[in-house]
Write a protein that binds this ligand. Structure first.
Ligand SMILES: [Zn+2]
Length: 85
């Protein structure tokens, strides 16, 4: 594991960082990153300003797998129709 996380790492874990849910080693890395990265520091400020909203926006999509499978099937059906002569 790297000491200094990338912007992607930081932004992925920022919600947990803000909640204090990360282990100390991760918090230190993120804290250091935030010292010199204005982009991620801005993300953290946004998170703290809008806790509930930002958390919800950053959460992975909660669509059930069946919906995704059906959407994929629909898409494949449309594509196969377009390819037909
Ligand atoms: Zn960054």
């Amino acid at each position: 594991m790297k000491l200094l996380p990338s912007c992607h790492d930081v932004q992925t874990e920022l919600t947990e960082y803000a909640e204090g849910a990360l282990p100390l080693s991760r918090r230190i890395g993120i804290r250091l990153h935030l010292l010199f990265c204005r982009v991620c520091a801005g993300f953290l400020r946004g998170l703290k300003a809008l806790p509930g909203l930002a958390k919800h926006a950053l959460a992975p999509p909660s669509a059930p797998p069946e919906a995704a499978v059906k959407a994929l099937a629909d898409m494949q059906a449309v594509l196969s129709k377009q390819k037909a002569p």
